[in-house]
Design a protein around this ligand. Structure first.
Ligand code: PEP
Length: 263
């Protein structure tokens, strides 16, 4: 299953950073930077995941300037509409041309007590609205020591894919909790081992075709200096980037790497 042609995906998770004015400046500058470098459109998919309050503004800019970045949200509600104060539903995101939504990020699991059941319900809510879920999984250091490198991620992804049809498009992101925002990066071999196991989960639940087309990303302190080593691994199809996605030149360098090495 490794080695199939899958368009690399570099996704920037801004988390709770950049207001809507800063977002405009950032997206314009990133677009210009990539154009200046003669970045080949289509060689890599670039995804921007701003806070909810920026989405309309970024959508308008991408549309008006024909900027070929994909747009996604960082979360969504399990509900479609109704008395759920503060929640944002998948149908609203779809109407703003969001193609993707991050689900099950470790910060949501940790700070908002999101269980595997909630994650699975959010995956269903995304698919119902035509959004591609970017399903995040990953273990803490204690969990790694207790149950090995793959068990937690495999269990989390298995739960998230419960009831998902075989023809669904999903993206999987392996983000070891101990590597997120810590500067402590997993080795490419460590990341590959888990990403390969996650592809096996997709094969076991959605089938071989889905496993061959599904992009599995690595996330956790990805920078321009280490992206190459991850992209060389056969089961790693891109990166979910946090901190480094907030610095235009650094994020552009991560994106451009794809073209220069022809991954
Ligand atoms: C993330 O939060 O998805 C992430 C990978 O963050 P960072 O790149 O900052 O480690």
């Amino acid at each position: 299953m490794a080695g199939m042609t899958r368009t690399p995906f570099i996704a920037g998770n801004w988390k709770m950073n950049l207001d809507h004015l800063q977002a405009v400046a950032f997206v314009q500058k990133l677009h210009w930077t990539l154009k200046d470098a003669k970045h080949e459109e289509g060689s890599v998919e670039v995804g921007i995941f701003p806070p909810f309050t920026d989405i309309r503004t970024v959508q308008t800019l991408l549309d008006a300037d024909k900027i070929p970045f994909s747009l996604g949200a960082q979360d969504l509600s399990t509900h479609e509409s109704g008395a759920y104060t503060g929640e944002v539903s998948g149908q609203f995101l779809a109407k703003l041309d969001c193609g993707y939504v991050i689900i099950g990020h470790s910060e949501r699991r940790q700070y908002h007590a999101e269980s595997d059941e909630v994650v699975a319900a959010k995956v269903q809510a995304a698919l119902t609205n035509g959004l591609v879920p970017v399903i995040c999984v990953g273990e803490t250091l204690e969990e790694r020591e207790e149950s090995g490198p793959t068990a937690v991620s495999v269990a989390q992804l298995t739960a998230a894919l419960d009831g998902v049809p075989a023809d669904a498009d999903v993206v999987v992101a392996y983000e070891p909790v101990w590597a997120i925002g810590t500067g402590q990066v997993a080795s490419p071999e460590q990341a590959q081992e888990v990403c390969a196991a996650l592809r096996e989960v997709v094969a076991g639940t959605l089938g071989a075709d889905a496993a061959a087309r599904t992009r599995v990303l690595y996330g956790g302190s990805v920078k321009s200096g280490n992206i190459a080593s991850f992209m060389r691994e056969p089961d790693i199809d891109g990166a979910l980037v946090g901190g480094a996605s907030l610095v235009v030149d650094e994020f552009a360098a991560i994106i451009r790497y794809q073209k220069h090495v022809g991954v």
